[in-house]
Ligand binder design. Structure first.
Ligand code: SAM
Ligand code: SF4
Length: 329
């Protein structure tokens, strides 16, 4: 089968699958307080998700990431992991989770073949954590991180969206937590996806500002490492066990090396996080339950139109109406 190459000549080897738009949290940067979720019949079945993953892996995608919404609220998720991990040619099955249900699932996920976990953590203060997630329990997430380490997950990465005036003062404490626990950590610039009920412009904290906070306390070593995603990494001279990543959609555009596509929970193949361009794969999956060729033709056609780059307004105005939980962050 031919490889996945887009109209700009970029090779696509990474697919993110949003397995649900639902979540047990309502993070202020991701969702509105009142959300309406998709009716069940509009969400891809686990079999449909597996079929899409199989097609992409057969064409050279080596890395899959399960995300959402919160992947651990989707019934059957551990079984889906086992089926995806067994796909011939897959190099790495990863998941991004808010961690709240990890204490329950970590061992099963590890045994199923999930290789890597990113866990979101924006604050170490219980009241503030609750304010940012709107209903999350910090101790549940910390227990989830411990459970994941005990289950044998290595190189776990914390994801932290840094917002001015909300949690930027916690960058040092979050980094210390990562160092103490032997975790990697990535600091993320907030993206204006969806109307979440507040202005975002003033709260975006640039990666350079975060780097300066860290540089005041640690000697930083530049690194050329990458994990096949958009993060740029640094090492800390005195703490070699922790990599510090920066995901900077505003200030360090990473589109030239974009190797990714996303499948939304309702089966749209999203060609770029910052654009509405999408292919309705769900319609094709259901119209052609036995024949893959029409899907392959449509995907190759859509890839020719993958946008060259995203452009997010520096003032945080919303240009993409999709919420992040639909996009599969
Ligand atoms: N529920 C899981 C979680 O929170 O880790 C997975 C889905 S979540 C949409 C994936 C990642 O996107 C999380 O690390 C989250 O912090 C990040 N995220 C959500 N909305 C964002 C936004 N508007 N800008 C930047 N990152 C965002
Ligand atoms: Fe849920 Fe993750 Fe979005 Fe937070 S960032 S609301 S945990 S999907």
């Amino acid at each position: 089968m031919s490889e996945w190459i887009d109209g700009q000549g970029r090779r696509i080897d990474y697919l993110r699958l949003s397995v649900t738009d639902r979540c047990d949290f309502r993070c202020v940067y991701c969702m509105a307080e009142q959300m309406r979720f998709l009716p069940r019949q509009q969400v891809l079945s686990l079999e449909e998700i597996e079929r899409v993953a199989r097609l992409f892996v057969a064409g050279g995608v080596g890395k899959l990431r399960l995300t959402g919404g919160e992947p651990l609220v989707r019934p059957g998720i551990v079984d889906l992991c086992a089926r995806l991990a067994a796909l011939p040619g897959l190099r790495e099955l990863c998941m991004t989770s808010n961690g709240a249900q990890l204490a329950r699932h970590a061992r099963g996920l590890h045994a199923a073949g999930l290789a890597r976990l990113n866990i979101s953590l924006d604050s170490l203060d219980p009241a503030r954590f609750r304010a940012i997630t709107r209903n999350g329990e910090l101790r549940q997430v910390l227990a989830g991180i411990d459970a994941a380490q005990a289950a044998g997950f290595a190189r776990i990465r914390l994801n932290c969206v840094v917002m001015k005036g909300r949690n930027d003062d916690e960058v040092p404490a979050l980094l210390d937590y990562a160092i103490e626990h032997g975790l990697d950590i990535a600091f993320i610039e907030e993206m204006p996806l969806g109307q979440v009920g507040r202005a975002r412009g003033e709260s975006v904290c640039s990666s350079d500002a975060v780097r300066a906070i860290i540089a005041a306390r640690h000697e930083l070593l530049d690194s050329t490492e990458h994990s096949g995603g958009p993060a740029r990494y640094l090492r800390l001279a005195r703490h070699p066990g922790t990599r510090v990543g920066f995901i900077s959609p505003h200030t360090h555009n990473f589109c030239a090396s974009c190797n990714r596509l996303r499948l939304s929970a309702d089966g749209r193949l999203l060609l770029c996080l910052g654009h509405e361009h999408a292919l309705d794969l769900r319609a094709l999956l259901r119209r052609h339950p036995l024949h893959d060729q029409p899907l392959l033709d449509a995907i190759h056609g859509a890839l020719r139109d993958k946008p060259a780059r995203h452009v997010f307004s520096p003032h945080g105005e919303v240009q993409v109406l999709r919420f992040m939980n639909m996009s599969g962050g």
